[in-house]
Design a protein. Sequence first.
Length: 423
Amino acid sequence: MANSLLRGAYSVLGLALSILVVPVFLLSSRGRARLAERFGSWNLELDDCIWFHGASFGEVNGVIPIMRRIKASANCPSLLTSTSVSGLEKGAAVTDHQRLLPFDNPLWLGRALKAVRPRCLIIAETEIWPALLEYVSSRGIPVFIVNARISDYSWPRYLRLKFLIAPLLKIPRAIFAASPRAKSRLEILGASPALVTISGNTKYEAAAVELPEGEASKLRERLFMNSDALLVLGSLRPGEEKVWFPAIRKALDTAKRINFLVAPRHKEKFQYFKEGLTEVGIAYQSWREVSAGLAQRDNGRVLILDTLGELSRMYAVCQAAFIGGTLCDYGGHNPFEPAPYGAALAIGPFTSTISDEVELLKSKEALIALRDGGDIEKLLDRLDRSDPELVAVGMRSKEVWQSFSGSSAQIAEEIMRGVAANA
């Protein structure tokens, strides 16, 4: 009775909120994009499909190795849902259909899925949407959760909601946990230990970009007109420039032999970081303009990566990489994007969403810890004098990344076995 009342209250409240937030979504281009799909206007008919769901770009990127393996063996179309357009764009090349996940309410879910009959639903990380899970369960659609994890930041909130979450964790046929800590937390929340296995995180199986012979040196020449060390500030978030840009200005003023590539996390912030560079007196060039031939490359040492989809190529030619979202309280982004290339990883103290990964890297002495501008200046000094220990740190991070290989094959096989048993 209590559960029925909670479900009813959640449904009514969710429906009201989904309507009330429309003006907020209309305020930004990101919110307006494909907004009708959030209300179930999918216009999609699929008699049979494998359904994947990832919250956003990072989650979708992490499940791509599984998508590829299952697509090769499932012999049916694939559907990708996400709560963000960037997530859909990331998975478009490896799935047949892409739609925004509707707001979590039976009305919108029913509209979207009325002509869609998934063979299974594979959820990336820990997207526990009550209405979604109950809806697919009522239709007999088996659910699998992969790369399951609960960040340090989210853990207290999950504990407070344990009474709501525990019944939902009975729905999945299997949960593939990213780490021992993730398995423990899921079991505390109510998941059956028999259904939770530690399988690692397939996010880190993504293949490294292999530059053809000679292309790496050509790319370096296009980026900077010298052979000095390159530091990439990857997935930089607002606020972090307050620490980084003064240190970069000081390095430039003291003629340090270092090149800098500033790569914002979101395209909406390209202008924000350009203005930030100008405010502290740093001359820079736009990679978009240089690469398109709209500007002649000068001999400056600072570029801003104001294009999308090229960060991996930049990591492939850098000596060190800062992991964005770790100097301000964003929780941190994927540290294993630059690791395949042997880049020395520099990571700040705010790592609540990547705490397992950071602990592993620390245990292998495979990262450089940053706390403030003083630590950044020390790192820049080491880059300037080509400290060989930085190369060693980068090689150790690459070895940690290599240890993740193989998990997607195991997960895909177990999922397809579970789907076959449900047929």
